[in-house]
Write a protein that binds this ligand. Structure first.
Ligand code: PMP
Length: 281
């Protein structure tokens, strides 16, 4: 498989990660996952914008412009003949003798590679089961940092409970999933956590908010509490690989009737139209 290594295309076998790469030792870097549908990069621009913002927030000077990165990623997709899947893109602060402060002379290391993956049709059709868990992550969840231990531990809990995702909360206030944003519907209004420092500003979240506006569904970007979740008419999560996935159970209790709701279905259809695919879910 061809990967992007800094500004070059190389075979995966020919790449070695240095033992003192700060991404590897400190999680000192940032990343993006971009969806590919039918060979096209979906929402490339907002992903590159978020990538640049994350880098800036942690003081990494990106060695390449977003435009250059976009071109290279597109080339990578073509080289690997990827039709459906994702591109993983990351930049670490680079390699230097292990010490916490920013090193004086490190060069950021950029890596991009492709993964072939189908759409999550079963989750889209039947919905997913979730558990609630306390959000133990740091207070800059708006930065898409390589430090994913909070998400790893949360997702593992879900798996051990036979579920597909967690819904995290801080002192009872619902924030987001481990790799998704959370929405609920109550009396026809859509609620989701505001795009502040406590959640990742999901690209899919933003698309769904725009689609809701177009469909005339009232939207409130307000944090819900756990109790609101249990009394919601519908709950769903959004993400690059998850799309708009209905949540049918939380902590073993059905959400409303335990089947995907009508507003969720409408948004799924609108989302599929937006990505230019025939309706399948
Ligand atoms: N929240 C978190 C913590 C995530 O990791 C992700 C996945 N990137 C999302 C939300 C969804 O964001 P997006 O729609 O941009 O994939």
């Amino acid at each position: 498989m061809t990967i992007l290594y800094n500004d070059r295309f190389v075979d995966r076998e020919n790449i070695q990660v240095d033992i003192e790469d700060r991404g590897y030792q400190f999680g000192d870097g940032i990343y993006e996952v971009i969806r590919v549908y039918g060979g096209n990069l979906f929402c490339l621009e907002p992903h590159l914008k978020r990538f640049a913002r994350s880098a800036k927030e942690i003081g990494i000077d990106l060695p390449y412009t977003p435009e250059r990165l976009g071109e290279r990623i597109l080339e990578l997709v073509k080289k690997n003949n990827l039709t459906d899947g994702t591109v993983y893109l990351q930049v670490s602060r680079g390699s230097a003798p292990r010490s916490h402060p920013f090193p004086a002379n490190s060069h950021p290391v950029t890596i991009g590679y492709t993964v072939s993956a189908p759409r999550p049709l079963e989750a889209l059709q039947k919905g997913i089961k979730t558990i609630l868990t306390e959000d133990i992550r740091w207070l800059r969840c708006d930065i898409k940092s390589l430090n994913l231990l909070g998400a790893v531990l949360a997702k593992q809990k879900a798996v051990e409970a036979g579920c597909q995702e967690v819904i995290q909360h801080r002192d009872g206030m619902v924030t987001e999933g481990s790799a998704t944003n959370v929405f609920l519907v109550k009396d026809g209004t859509l609620f989701t956590h505001p795009a502040d420092n406590l959640i990742l500003h999901g690209i899919t979240r933003q698309v769904v908010l725009e689609l809701a506006n177009e469909l005339g569904i009232p939207v409130r970007e307000e944090a819900a509490d756990v109790d609101d979740l249990f009394h919601a008419d519908e709950v769903f999560v959004t993400g690059t690989t998850t799309e708009v996935s209905p949540v049918v159970a939380i902590d073993g209790k059905p959400v409303a009737k335990g089947v995907p709701g009508t507003i969720t279905r409408k948004l799924q259809q609108a989302f599929e139209a937006y990505i230019g695919l025939p309706h399948q879910s």
